[in-house]
Design a protein around this ligand. Structure first.
Ligand SMILES: Cc1cc2nc3c(=O)[nH]c(=O)nc-3n(C[C@H](O)[C@H](O)[C@H](O)COP(=O)(O)OP(=O)(O)OC[C@H]3O[C@@H](n4cnc5c(N)ncnc54)[C@H](O)[C@@H]3O)c2cc1C
Length: 442
């Protein structure tokens, strides 16, 4: 690639904080709120106009692991956010069984409650600005260079949290990572749908339904909707699907090409639905996500790679910072070790959310919104402990970290009441079989 030599320049410092969180998705927003609630001075940077990342702007709001009134898996901020939305009537629950649970949450209410939680905690927010590079001084990440309508600025901090979902800060600081690719997609919503008619068609004519689903996938890389959008009078369909693969989520050219192809596919699908699918005859496009989404881009190399073997055996770890469940299977829970969040080869930086150190199979569960909230809360807490003690994050006292998280409502297996630990029975063979044949449902 051709290059140009940029002139050296002095860059004004826009903020100096204890902790800078880059990215206001589930991981970053949770990290910022956790640290600010403990007393840290936190700046949270987000390139779009809202918090919640793909869970809101990406129209990805199926949240596995919750049931009406609570969750058998999640506590802390991961529970609080969903319960606040639930109290506003913004959740719906479907197909809840003993082992499978999940909530659909209204994306606008998720945005609003994330914003309110951040403001209540005293987080200093910067919207509409992109982090463009990491500031590395004395061998340590100490902030980020940002670009916005106001120009180019520096944000300085004693600790930085990478909540970009793509481990941008890790890549810019020459940290180690592996690259995954699960393609890009752009969820959307269709209005004017007669869901009763559609569901009747699905159950009365399963073969025709399967034929149409295949045709939709082959022609437009889309899939049939499963449920209506939450709280929208049953006439709004949420279209969450696996888009075309082969695009790189951290390449600007690929993002542009994917955006063009996805929009062509959405309008192709719209025509397909109107012409062929009972219940969708009068449907129209309500909105497309304002953030294109990837399920996998970069995954960091940290101090431990969480594996499927760990998940199957419902592993517990001495450095646990919380737990997650496998997709919708609440019976299969696994501790998340702190080591998975500490990038190798970089100082002053912690990582939460989609890019944590897990194998590709576990990534199917760990990349989801609820575990991202858990790892976010953990790194926000750990970053503050590191700042207070003036120590690197890998030197944080694990007992203090776990106790602080436990007191904030996070389930920590090493601190669980003895009766909670005793309740832990191995997952049934039925759920293990489901785990083995897990559908790409999200
Ligand atoms: C199509 C699709 C469907 C999915 N379905 C589900 C589902 O149903 N349920 C589920 O739980 N999960 C689902 N997922 C996965 C899930 O949405 C994400 O993996 C999860 O949101 C990860 O959270 P995160 O905070 O790590 O990243 P993100 O949600 O991606 O948030 C990262 C945030 O950082 C910001 N950011 C990034 N780079 C910069 C930068 N350089 N400067 C400033 N800001 C930046 C982004 O704007 C974004 O707000 C789906 C994903 C996709 C793509």
């Amino acid at each position: 690639m051709n290059t140009v030599l940029e002139a050296a320049r002095e860059t004004p410092v826009l903020r100096e904080a204890d902790i800078l969180v880059v990215g206001g998705g589930p991981a970053g927003f949770s990290a910022a709120v956790a640290a600010a609630r403990l007393g840290a001075k936190v700046t949270l940077l987000e390139r779009y106009n809202h918090l919640g990342g793909l869970a809101t702007g990406g129209l990805v709001f199926w949240l596995p692991g919750y049931c009406p009134g609570g969750s058998r898996v999640y506590g802390g901020i991961a529970l609080e956010w969903v319960q606040r939305v639930e109290r506003d009537g913004g959740t719906s629950y479907r197909d809840i069984t003993e082992t499978k649970q999940g909530a659909m949450a209204d994306p606008e209410l998720l945005k609003q409650h994330a914003l309110e939680m951040a403001l209540e905690a005293g987080v200093d927010l910067i919207f509409h600005a992109w982090a463009a590079s990491a500031i590395i001084r004395d061998g340590r990440v100490q902030g980020a260079i940002i670009e916005s309508k106001s120009g180019r600025h520096a944000l300085l901090a004693q600790m930085v949290v990478d909540g970009t979902g793509d481990a941008d800060l890790v890549a810019w600081s020459n940290g180690e990572f592996v690259t995954g690719s699960k393609g890009l997609s752009l969820p959307y919503r269709l209005g004017g749908v007669n869901f009763d008619r559609y569901q009747a068609f699905r159950s009365d004519q399963p073969e025709l339904f399967a034929t149409l689903a295949r045709e939709l996938k082959e022609r437009w890389e889309n899939r049939m909707p499963v449920w209506p959008n939450p709280r929208c009078h049953n006439d709004l369909a949420w279209m969450n699907y696996w888009g075309p693969i082969g695009y790189n989520a951290v390449s600007v050219d690929d993002l542009t090409r994917a955006e063009i192809e996805l929009r062509k596919n959405i309008f192709g699908s719209l025509r397909f639905f109107r012409e062929k699918v009972p219940g969708f005859e009068g449907c129209f496009l309500v909105d497309t996500a304002c953030q294109i989404g990837t399920r996998d881009s970069r995954r960091i190399v940290g101090g431990y790679t969480l594996t499927m073997k760990d998940m199957r055996s419902r592993a517990t770890f001495n450095d646990t910072i919380g737990r997650m469940c496998d997709n919708t299977l609440v019976e299969i829970t696994c501790d998340i070790p702190y080591r998975c969040l500490v990038p190798r080869g970089v100082e002053g930086l912690l990582v939460a959310g989609r890019p944590i150190d897990v194998d590709p199979q576990v990534h199917e569960a760990s990349r989801l919104v609820p575990p991202s909230l858990v790892t976010g809360q953990a790194v926000g807490t750990a970053a503050w402990l590191a700042v207070k003690e003036s120590i690197p994050p890998r030197a944080v006292d694990l007992a203090v970290l776990q106790r602080t998280l436990h007191e904030a409502g996070v389930y920590i297996s090493t601190l669980a009441a003895p009766e909670d630990r005793a309740k832990k029975e191995p997952p049934s063979s039925a759920t293990l079989a489901e785990l083995a044949t897990r559908e790409d449902s999200d």
